[in-house]
Write a protein that binds this ligand. Structure first.
Ligand code: PMT
Length: 409
């Protein structure tokens, strides 16, 4: 594998592990990459820009302006230039700033302008790494799609033993090579994803809805798009936004609208992933005017059933098309999920249970078991929804990569 011609933006923050950045730069260059280094003020206390620019063959950037001639360094241009950004070492402070969008230096400002994949290799003392604040920021970065290269265990600068050592440069290079080798593995795949809740109108001011935030579906869309797929994301009402150029977003409100959009789009697709929490029922009548209390103690709504989007797609599905459903369960989880595979003609179903802490609606995390039509299953621990999205895509679309990881039911 090689990194021939790849543009790598290397961000260096202020950790003793910054000495490893010199080796990392040298290895990246040896593999054929072009390396542009952005360093924080604190980073310069640990390694000199002279060393780094000699190794990378480019001036090292740390300020918005070059102090000698006033040249403006454009973080936007750097964001467009890079094929990948790697922050190594990433201190607790830099991780915190990245997670919270605090763009008070060139490194974090550049991160906020990045269009390509971002990798972060933390390096810090074990207690700082374990701290709830650091872990929260790392989780937030993961759910933003940043790939964290876990630190290793060993002797730290404090002479304490524990987890916090930056991963070795050779392994970081291998991770980048792996990424570029499989980076576009979904190129040309057309994937339709449903996300979010549906709102079923009662009158002009009220609706029946559910607690879906859309996070699971949006994570699936971002993961698929970042791997080169052409994604159509049909979403119910949500506060989330999408920016990836490979994602076409279709906003709908009700189950009937989502059903119509899905039926129109699905025949052009290779894959459909149905993560939306679609209301099974809607009010039979939608009042034209706001329903008034007018002294009534009870109000009875008559509900009629909504179309089942998954079942409708199952009926028109061609043999070469793949459908992946979700099952949100509260009891008899696996039995109910298996029934849904059959009733809705899914190839795979992703089971998440409201009995698992951190799983299901609105969390940034989820805990899933993936069941296949041919009676196999894979169970995963609690992960960020972006990582769950990767597990789902790898399981259903890259089955050869996980052949020996199935359990037979
Ligand atoms: O959006 P988040 O806050 O991130 O939460 C994610 C989630 C919990 C909504 C998601 O992970 C999930 O479980 N989505 C499916 C929820 C659901 O409606 O499950 P279900 O068991 O009722 O439906 C089974 C399958 O049929 C689902 O794929 C669903 O999209 C589909 N369905 C259901 C009803 C219907 N009328 N049409 C459908 O297509």
């Amino acid at each position: 594998m090689s990194l021939q011609g790849k543009h790598i933006l290397l961000g260096i923050s202020g950790s003793i592990a910054a000495y490893k950045s010199a080796t990392l730069t040298r290895l990246l260059i040896k593999k054929g990459a072009e390396v542009q280094i952005v360093i924080t003020q604190a980073g310069k206390e640990f390694i000199t820009p002279v060393t780094l620019s000699a190794l990378s063959g480019r001036p090292v950037i740390s300020q918005f302006f070059a102090s000698d001639d006033g040249t403006w360094h454009s973080h936007v241009d750097l964001g467009l230039w890079a094929d990948a950004m790697i922050v190594a070492p990433a201190t607790a402070s830099t991780i915190g700033k990245m997670a919270n969008g605090i763009a008070d230096n060139m490194l974090v400002t550049t991160y906020l302008s990045m269009k390509a994949a971002v990798f972060v290799a933390p390096a810090m003392d074990l207690d700082m790494y374990k701290h709830i604040s650091t872990q929260r920021n790392i989780e937030r970065l993961k759910s933003d799609g940043v790939r964290i290269i876990d630190p290793t265990e060993g002797e730290l600068a404090s002479h304490l033993e524990g987890k916090g050592r930056m991963e070795e440069p050779e392994n970081i290079v291998a991770i980048l090579e792996q990424f570029f080798a499989s980076g576009n593995d979904l190129e040309k795949k057309k994937i339709m994803i449903t996300a979010g809740p549906t709102y079923e109108r009662i009158d002009p001011v009220r609706f029946i809805g559910n607690f879906s935030s859309g996070k699971m579906g949006f994570a699936l869309a971002e993961e698929s798009a970042s791997r080169g797929a052409e994604v159509t994301l049909i979403t119910g009402p949500t506060a989330l936004s999408t920016s990836h150029p490979n994602i076409v977003r279709v906003d709908v409100e009700s189950a009937i609208e989502m059903h119509a959009a899905a039926l129109k789009i699905f025949p052009l697709m290779d894959v459909a992933i149905l993560s939306a929490a679609v209301a099974d029922y809607r009010p039979e009548q939608v009042a034209d005017e706001k329903i008034k209390r007018s002294g009534k103690e009870n109000l009875t709504l008559s509900l009629v059933s909504n179309p089942d989007i998954a079942a409708s797609l199952g009926e028109i599905k061609k043999p070469e098309q793949l459908t992946i459903g979700f099952a949100l369960e509260t009891s008899n989880e696996e039995i109910n999920a298996i029934k849904k595979i059959e009733n809705k003609h899914f190839d795979y179903i992703v089971l998440n249970s409201l009995n698992d802490q951190g799983a299901g609606f609105a969390h940034d995390t989820n805990k899933v078991t993936i069941l296949s039509r041919d009676g196999k299953k894979r169970s995963f621990p609690l992960k960020s929804k972006r990582e769950v999205a990767k597990d789902i895509i790898d399981t259903a679309l890259k089955p050869s990569t996980i052949d020996n990881e199935w359990l037979y039911l």
